[in-house]
Design a protein around this ligand. Structure first.
Ligand code: PLP
Length: 358
């Protein structure tokens, strides 16, 4: 089945001169990943969990607990953690668990959520970007609201502190759950706002991916689950994937120990780049605060034809916002990823796009 998630994923694999399309991490800016050293390939024994079946929730849960406790400055029980094949699997597991409940997301939203829901025969309701905090008052008990509190894909927007508090107050009183997709949360350029789980551990699922901060090929995410959801997540994971690869878990565990659970050294260069790009974007009147994405507004319609011709003639990839939303206000907008381009090229590309006539 071809869908938007498939399209975005295949775009990530195409070599392009200026790739502002896919949200691929700039691995060239990350310190080298010495896999054989991390796996300790020659010391693995036959009964080692690295190469054997093991518990469905993962065998590096204490590493995951430690990592989230340190990065989010909170405490919780090891039982609240599972390891998944990326955040995308965590999304699918959430959909399997809430299959008979109402799903909701804020328009425009990450298509990996809506497309996964459709695969399960579920159709999320879309809340409006302007009024969603009022609309969630009508969500039924046990609904699941998907969002990214920090640097959402595709808009790059984050919730303010006041919005976080109000959201959690309503979730508490209406008894619905929130899936906070924290994939881009580590790419903050100013002080991080408190995460939703640090403000409420009963209503929030927090999923942090290693795809953008280390390597997508490791297919690993750490997922915090409220007590009430743990057993149904594990039950569905055992049906969908049994457990994650033990080898990639071992890599992540050794890597995190090696980093002393801090991402500072790993993300230093990318954050420097994002800060430089932020200045270029500002000079072009574009709002950008962190993460990988922001919205580029043009004086013309930005449709598939415009983006395809731009790609063929100028080798510049951008994604039309109509891929993410039917709202006519996005007809002249594109999502641009600013993680894989340096500031000189960004300046050049923005000028090229503005004057481009397909
Ligand atoms: C918002 C968001 N969530 C999840 C994913 C998928 O993450 P993972 O590679 O951890 O499955 C992506 C990938 O681009 C994303 O942008």
């Amino acid at each position: 089945m071809r869908n938007r998630t498939h399209f975005l994923n295949s775009m990530a694999a195409v070599p392009i001169d200026y790739n502002l399309g896919a949200g691929v991490p700039p691995l060239n800016l990350y310190p080298p990943l010495n896999l054989s050293e991390l796996v300790g390939l020659f010391s693995v024994e036959s009964n080692d969990k690295t190469i054997n079946y093991h518990e469905t929730g993962g065998y590096i849960t204490s590493t995951a607990q430690n990592f989230i406790e340190v990065t989010e400055n909170i405490d919780f029980e090891i039982n609240n953690i599972i390891i998944t094949n990326g955040v995308q699997e965590a999304i699918s597991l959430a959909i399997a668990c809430f299959k008979n409940e109402q799903f909701a997301c804020i328009e425009p939203s990450y298509p990996g959520f809506e497309d996964a829901a459709l695969s399960f025969g579920c159709k999320p309701i879309k809340l409006s970007a302007e009024n969603w905090l009022n609309e969630i008052e009508k969500l039924p008990e046990n609904a699941l609201l998907y969002l990214s509190a920090d640097f959402s894909n595709p808009t790059g927007k984050s919730l303010t502190f006041e919005e976080r508090l109000r959201l959690l107050k309503i979730a508490e009183s209406k008894k619905f759950y929130i899936f906070d997709d924290a994939t881009y949360r580590p790419f903050n350029l100013e002080d991080a706002k408190p995460s939703l789980i640090s403000l409420n551990k009963e209503r929030v699922i927090h999923a942090i991916s290693f795809s953008k901060i280390l390597a997508p090929g490791l297919r690993t995410a750490f997922v915090y689950l409220p007590d009430s959801l743990k057993s149904s997540f594990v039950g569905h994971k055992s049906n969908l994937s049994l457990n994650n690869s033990g080898i990639t878990q071992k890599i992540i565990k050794e890597w995190l120990n090696h980093q002393k659970f801090s991402l500072d050294k790993q993300l230093y260069l990318i954050k420097e780049r994002l800060n430089r790009n932020k200045r270029i974007l500002k000079s072009h009147g574009i709002d950008y605060f962190g993460g990988f994405f922001c919205l580029l507004k043009l004086d013309r319609v930005v449709d598939y034809y415009f983006c395809e011709t731009l790609l063929i003639r100028k080798k510049i990839a951008i994604i039309p916002m109509i891929l993410f939303s039917d709202d006519p206000k996005y007809l002249n907008q594109a999502r641009i990823c600013v993680a894989n381009i340096d500031e000189n090229d960004l300046e050049f590309v923005l000028n090229e796009i503005r004057k481009f006539e397909p």
